[in-house]
Design a protein around this ligand. Structure first.
Ligand code: ZN
Ligand code: ZN
Length: 344
């Protein structure tokens, strides 16, 4: 089968011909990949930088990235019930071993010894992939390329929006609003909370998309936005900021327009921390800075339901599996609106 593999961190992925996966372990499902979303995290997987920011060791190379995977069940292990060859499925790539404290409380994505497809174990940039059956979800009326982005962009923005504790009178700023996660976040907030959305992005096309999806205001992050946000919010600032970029620069530039009692939700993995000046004002402003990592299994099911019922719809661009490097380069250059999806 064909696979796009990392042979050396920091170098382009290489198209490889690898043997078919024939051994499906007793608790596994073998899935023929029909769509694999390309996430900004995959850029950091290709460079290897991600392994300095998470508590997981780098995988042995060559390695196949890709954690947003939808496809068709090809084979099921002996112990697996409830799945049959031909089922349409979406994989939850944030898998736990089931026994640590965090798995027991249903927050598997924080597992002490996680298996993350496409990050710690081979993922979806190939024709077939194996997954623990506990993390495989059947889909009904979604196409594979509409389903795939739900696995990271969908569930992550869903959880982040929940943590922001929004209501119809809240002002919320979404940083990176035109990207894969941001474009889902705008739709989720629109559908569930009806808050006033200020979309911020450095890409004008992304802002256009955010506006089409329901953002009330759009601001280009390359320009001065602080005063603009204060104008929109009658000088009060926003009640929540959902930062889908999460770089040192975004946090430093944007926490300044957080209103009293505001929540700053840091989602992106660009390594930014809390600036000192923000720490000094945290008590008098009543601010909360909250980090978040994907979502749990219940939230995974909820986000599938939102999409199955047409309340949200991933905006996708389709590329061939062989174009994985171009897709990653596009992300690196901020040239992507919505989600790019590889079709093997
Ligand atoms: Zn665990
Ligand atoms: Zn991702």
């Amino acid at each position: 089968m064909k696979a796009m593999k990392i042979v050396e961190f920091g170098k382009p992925l290489e198209l490889s011909e690898v043997g078919e996966i024939t051994k499906t372990k007793s608790n596994q499902v073998l899935i023929r990949v029909q769509a694999a979303g390309v996430c900004h995290t995959d850029v950091s997987v290709r460079s290897g930088v991600i392994y300095k920011r998470i508590s997981a060791n780098p995988p042995r190379l060559p390695f196949t990235p890709g954690h947003e995977i939808a496809g068709i069940v090809e084979e099921v292990g002996d112990e697996v019930t409830g799945f049959a060859k031909g089922d349409k499925v979406l994989i939850n790539p944030w898998q736990g071993e089931g026994n640590c404290f965090y798995c027991k409380i249903g927050e598997d994505q924080y597992c002490d010894s996680p298996t993350w497809l496409g990050i710690t174990t081979d993922g979806g940039f190939q024709e077939y992939v194996l997954s623990n059956h506990n993390y495989v979800y059947k889909i009904r009326n979604l196409s594979p390329y509409e389903a795939a982005p739900l696995a990271c962009a969908g569930v992550t923005s869903y959880r982040a929006s929940k943590l922001a504790r929004l209501n119809p009178s809240s002002y919320v700023a979404i940083i990176g609003a035109g990207g894969g996660l941001g474009s889902m976040g705008v739709q989720i907030i629109r559908a569930l909370y009806g808050s006033i959305i200020i979309a911020i992005d450095v890409n004008d096309e992304g802002l256009e998309l955010a506006s089409k999806l329901g953002a009330d205001y759009t601001l280009n992050g390359r320009k001065e936005v602080h005063q603009e946000v204060l104008k929109i919010t009658n000088g009060r600032g926003v009640d929540a900021i959902i930062d889908f970029v999460g770089s040192e620069n975004t946090i430093k530039s944007y926490y300044t327009f957080l209103a009293k009692l505001g929540r700053y939700i840091k989602v992106g993995t660009f390594g930014g921390g809390l600036p000192n000046e923000a720490g000094l004002k945290i008590h008098s402003m009543g601010w909360q800075f909250i980090g978040t990592l994907t979502g749990n299994r219940k939230e995974f099911l909820e986000v599938i339901s939102l999409a199955e019922n047409g309340r949200i719809k991933p905006v996708v661009t389709k590329l061939r599996l062989e174009e994985a490097n171009e897709a990653l380069d596009n992300l690196e250059r901020n040239k992507v609106t919505g989600r790019q999806v590889l079709i093997p």
